[in-house]
Design a protein around this ligand. Structure first.
Ligand SMILES: Cc1cc2nc3c(=O)[nH]c(=O)nc-3n(C[C@H](O)[C@H](O)[C@H](O)COP(=O)(O)OP(=O)(O)OC[C@H]3O[C@@H](n4cnc5c(N)ncnc54)[C@H](O)[C@@H]3O)c2cc1C
Length: 410
């Protein structure tokens, strides 16, 4: 493939052409149309990693602690995303979601989700008894459920493509196949070292997903937190069994983990997927389960937080290994609340890799995390609902960059 040279100087460099990098580029250009802006992407295409390998859900904002960034940015981001999709004629479908309690013992956790959802301003939430649940999802079983009719599905790669088209039309350059190896701050500039040479940038915003900690360290940011890759595998329902669910069906998650449990999601393509699992893996791009990257694995293993996570969550880890090894275990997990589901209803589906930040003291960092050095802003943790929240995260990042870097808003 022929690679064009990249501009040797730019006002703003953005690393990563996932949904966040592209949304941030758009926000910068909306505020300052004359900005020279370059987006660097290591892969030959945009949206190759998390943006192109997720559940495709526009979350309504139920799960998140009311004073968290996730709560604020998810609710705002979902509204902005719907407007963006309408403007760009991108299909989305408000198919609704139920979170199902399987036993009385899960009711306090369901109450807490309802409380958070209401505090976060989620529209249309209601509580269902088993009869109400059966009206919405006749094939789902539970003692109670929370219904969110506003939760939707969308094609995130299509959103990313529309963002990319908008920013290139505004004069920005997206340099694909051009990984950034280091960011070094030199006086009033940042030197961006990349696969096609070097570019001097006034400011850098790094939205590098699974590789974000490495770039952050290269520009002098703290090593804590580190990205640890958690693979999320899916099973796909056979087309003739897609009628088992009408919308999205989720279990009550463990409130201490940032993962939502194996759920059943419809996709705008018509597919219905079961998943994702959450298995700690040996590469930041372990789309194939057996893939191991020695550097990724070493960085995961030497990080003190990893051992602490493994010690604390070993039972969950064993369960995740069972899901990886046994289709039966995977299906049985979803069949707890969709009892009609059978082993031969599913075939193996895709997988995505979560860029999950783990702190040195062994916390799976829950909220979005951003940090700055003097001329570089880093996204350090942007797991789900990062895609839903992207447009609001972009506003938040550019506000923060304005404040920290003293950019004049024109
Ligand atoms: C299994 C799974 C299910 C999910 N489900 C949902 C969901 O239903 N709803 C939701 O809202 N969110 C969901 N998420 C989360 C969501 O996908 C992410 O929050 C979001 O995509 C983050 O976007 P990003 O741009 O930060 O990351 P990415 O899409 O991973 O983009 C980062 C980009 O940076 C590039 N990059 C990295 N390092 C460099 C470098 N050195 N030089 C150049 N380029 C670099 C990468 O190649 C990549 O393209 C899910 C995630 C996973 C993994």
């Amino acid at each position: 493939m022929e690679h064009r040279p990249v501009a040797p100087a730019t006002d703003v460099a953005i690393v990563g052409a996932g949904i966040l990098g592209l949304a941030v580029a758009r926000e910068v250009l909306r505020r300052r149309p004359a900005t020279r802006l370059t987006v660097f992407e290591r892969e030959p295409e945009i949206a190759t990693h998390q943006t192109g390998h997720n559940s495709g859900v526009v979350h309504a904002g139920i799960y998140y602690l009311p004073d968290s960034l996730k709560a604020q940015l998810c609710v705002r981001g979902a509204r902005a995303l719907y407007r963006f999709c309408e403007e760009h004629r991108i299909r989305f479908e408000r198919c609704g979601k139920v979170i199902v309690a399987l036993a009385e013992s899960e009711l306090p956790a369901l109450d807490e989700l309802e409380r958070r959802g209401r505090a976060n301003g989620v529209d249309g939430l209601s509580r269902l008894d088993p009869a109400g649940l059966a009206e919405i999802e006749p094939n789902v079983r539970g003692v109670a459920a929370l219904h969110s009719p506003e939760t939707a599905i969308v094609d995130y790669p299509a959103v990313a493509a529309a963002l990319a088209a908008e920013i290139t039309a505004a004069g920005a350059e997206i340099a694909t196949g051009c990984g950034v190896s280091a960011l070094s701050e030199r006086g009033s500039q940042v030197l961006v070292e990349h696969e096609r040479g070097q570019t001097c940038a006034d400011r850098v915003i790094a939205c590098a997903g699974a590789w974000s900690d490495r770039l952050a360290r290269s520009s002098g940011a703290p090593a804590d937190p580190r990205i640890v890759p958690f693979r999320g595998a899916y099973m796909r329902l056979r087309p003739e069994r897609r009628g088992l669910v009408n919308g999205l069906v989720y279990p009550v998650p463990n409130p201490e983990l940032p993962f939502l449990g194996i759920h059943v999601t419809r996709h705008v393509s018509g597919d219905v997927l079961l998943g994702p699992s959450a298995l700690l893996v040996g590469a930041r791009d372990a789309y194939r389960l057996r893939r191991v990257n020695p550097r990724d694995l070493a960085e995961t293993l030497v990080w003190p937080g990893t051992a602490r996570v493994m010690r604390r969550w070993w039972r969950t880890g064993v369960q995740e290994l069972r899901f990886a090894a046994s289709k039966r275990a995977f299906v049985e997990e979803a069949a707890r609340y969709v009892p009609g589901l059978r082993l031969d209803d599913v075939v193996p589906g895709p997988a995505g890799i979560r860029a999950q930040a783990v702190s040195r003291d062994g916390r799976l960092v829950d909220d979005f995390v951003f940090s700055e050095t003097s001329r570089t802003l880093h996204v350090r943790n942007a797991p789900s609902p990062g895609a839903t929240s992207a447009l609001a995260i972009a506003e938040h990042i550019v506000d923060r960059a304005d404040a920290v870097f003293g950019w004049a808003v024109t």
